[in-house]
Ligand binder design. Structure first.
Ligand code: FAD
Ligand code: UDP
Length: 386
C-alpha cells in the first residue's frame, strides 16, 4: 500500500479521530489547530483552584453507540456520571427535564404518573398536528403554562430570536417523563473522563504517524503539499466567506471563584427572560469523585457570534440554510478535501455523534483509497439533517 499524506485541520474530536484512524492504517496525518491546545471546544483544564474546568462550557459524554463508548474508553478512564439540571423560574428551583416532580412542583399538585400524563395531555395543544416551529412543538408537547415558564424566555435568550422562528427540532432534544427520573439524558452510556477531555484527545493523537502543530492556522493554499485535506474548521471560512458568514451563537462566560458550594448542582438554568444570563455552571459538580474547598462558576451569556468570536451553536434558520446550500455546492466541486465535524458541516453535534461520524468518514476514506476511487467531500449530507 502506498502511504498517503493527510492534512487534518482542527484538533477537536473530529480531527483527532480521523488522524488516528488514518495513522493506524499506515498513512501520515499532520494536524493543525489555531488554538494553543488540542480538544477543540471539549478542552478541559484545572485552574488555580485545582477544579477541572470545562473551558468552553459544560461537556457531558452520553451515547447509545456501543462502538463509540468502546472507542473513547480505549483512550482514558471514563467515570460514571448522571447529569441533572435544575431550572430557576420566578425564584423557585425546579428539577429539569420535564418530569413528574417538576409537574407536581409547578402546578402544586400530587399527581400519580398516570394523572400527570392525563393532565399534561389535557394542557397540550392537540390541534397542532404538524409542529414546524419551536413554539408549536412546545405547545403540542406540554401546553402553554409550562412552555412560557420553562422554554419561552430561556430560548429567546439562548437563540436571540422568538421561538416561533426556530425549528421544532431544537426542543426534540429534551425528554418529557411521567416518572420522578430527572436524568437529563436517556442514553445508556453517560460519563465524564476522570482527568478531563484534553488527555483523551492527546492520547488519540499520540501515534508515530501523527504530527500536531498548535497555534497554527492552516490555509487552503497549503493543500497542495498533501494528498488530501480533512477540514473540520468552519465551511464558510474555507471559502473565505464568499457567500456571507454563516450565523452562529457565541457564549460569554463570566467566571467566579467562591468558597464551598455555590448552587449545589452542576447546571442551573435561569428561564426568566429578564435575567440576562441563561445558566450558571458549577464545574466541580462534574467531578463528584473529587473534593475541593473552593468552587468555580461560569455565568453564561449568549449572543450573536461576531468575526473574532468563537462560534458555538450553528443557528441554521432559513437564511443560514440558503447560504449553507451555496457552500455545500462549492464544497462538492472541490477535489481532495473532505468537510467534517461541527463546523465543517455546520451542525449541532454532540461528542458521540462527532466521534461516530469521524470513524465513518475515516472508514469511507480508507475504502476509497483501497478502491482507487475519489474521496468524497462529505460523508454526511449537511443539508438534509437537523
Ligand atoms: P471543535 O471542537 O470545534 O474543533 C474544531 C477545531 O478546528 C477548533 O479547535 C478550531 O480552533 C480548529 N480550526 C478551525 N479552523 C482552523 C484553521 N483554519 N486552521 C487550524 N485550526 C482550525 N457535546 C456533548 O456530547 N455533550 C455536551 O454536554 C456538550 N456540551 C456542549 C456545550 C457547548 C456550550 C457547546 C458549544 C458544545 C457542546 N457539545 C457537547 C458539543 C461538542 O462541543 C462538539 O461535539 C465537539 O466539540 C465537536 O468537535 P469538532 O472536532 O467537530 O469541533
Ligand atoms: N431549553 C429551554 N429551557 C431549558 C432548557 C432548554 O428553553 O431550561 C431549550 C433551549 O432552546 C435549548 C434547547 O431547549 O437551546 C435544548 O436544550 P439543551 O439543554 O439540549 O441545550 P444545550 O445543552 O445544547 O445548550
Amino acid at each position: 500500500m502506498v502511504s498517503r499524506s493527510f492534512a487534518i485541520v482542527g484538533a477537536g474530536f473530529s480531527g483527532a479521530v480521523v488522524a488516528r484512524q488514518m495513522a493506524e492504517a499506515g498513512h501520515t496525518a499532520t494536524v493543525y489547530d489555531t488554538r494553543p491546545h488540542v480538544a477543540g471546544n471539549c478542552f478541559t483544564a484545572r485552574d488555580e483552584t485545582d477544579v477541572m474546568v470545562h473551558v468552553y462550557g459544560p461537556h457531558i459524554f452520553h451515547t447509545q453507540h456501543q462502538h463509540v463508548w468502546d472507542y473513547i474508553n480505549r483512550f482514558g478512564e471514563m467515570m460514571p456520571y448522571r447529569h441533572t439540571v435544575r431550572a430557576m423560574v420566578g425564584g423557585t428551583m425546579y428539577r429539569m427535564p420535564m418530569n413528574l416532580t417538576l409537574i407536581n412542583d409547578f402546578f402544586g399538585t400530587q399527581f400519580t404518573p398516570e394523572e400527570a400524563e392525563a393532565f399534561v395531555t389535557s394542557k397540550a395543544d392537540a390541534t397542532i398536528t404538524n409542529p414546524v416551529s419551536f413554539e408549536d412543538q412546545a405547545l403540542r408537547f406540554v401546553g402553554r403554562e409550562l412552555y412560557e415558564a420553562f422554554f419561552a424566555g430561556y430560548t429567546k435568550k439562548q437563540w436571540g430570536v422568538d421561538p416561533t422562528e426556530l425549528p421544532a427540532s431544537i426542543l426534540a432534544r429534551l425528554p418529557l417523563r411521567f416518572t420522578a427520573d430527572d436524568s437529563y439524558f436517556n442514553h445508556p452510556f453517560q460519563a465524564i473522563p476522570r482527568n478531563g477531555y484534553t488527555p483523551i484527545v492527546q492520547a488519540i493523537l499520540d501515534h508515530p504517524n501523527i504530527t500536531v502543530h498548535l497555534n497554527t492556522r492552516f490555509n487552503k493554499s497549503q493543500s497542495g503539499s498533501f494528498d488530501h485535506v480533512v477540514w473540520t474548521g468552519p465551511i464558510d471560512a474555507y471559502f473565505n466567506f464568499e457567500h456571507g458568514r454563516l450565523g452562529y451563537r457565541t457564549l460569554d462566560f463570566v467566571k467566579e471563584v467562591h468558597d464551598g458550594d455555590f448552587q449545589g448542582c452542576p447546571v442551573l438554568n435561569y428561564c426568566d427572560v429578564d435575567v440576562p444570563y441563561t445558566r450558571i455552571t458549577e464545574h466541580k459538580h462534574f467531578a463528584p469523585w473529587e473534593t475541593h474547598e473552593q468552587t468555580v462558576t461560569y455565568r453564561e451569556y449568549s449572543r450573536l457570534c461576531e468575526e473574532n468570536d468563537t462560534p458555538y451553536y450553528p443557528i441554521r434558520l432559513v437564511k443560514e440554510k440558503d447560504q449553507l446550500l451555496n457552500y455545500v455546492q462549492r464544497a462538492r466541486d472541490e477535489r481532495n478535501v473532505t468537510f467534517l465535524g461541527r463546523l465543517g458541516t455546520y451542525r449541532y453535534l454532540d461528542m458521540d455523534v462527532t466521534i461516530h461520524e469521524a470513524l465513518q468518514a475515516a472508514s469511507g476514506m480508507l475504502s476509497a483509497i483501497a478502491d482507487g476511487s475519489e474521496i468524497p467531500s462529505f460523508f454526511t449530507d449537511p443539508i438534509g439533517v437537523a
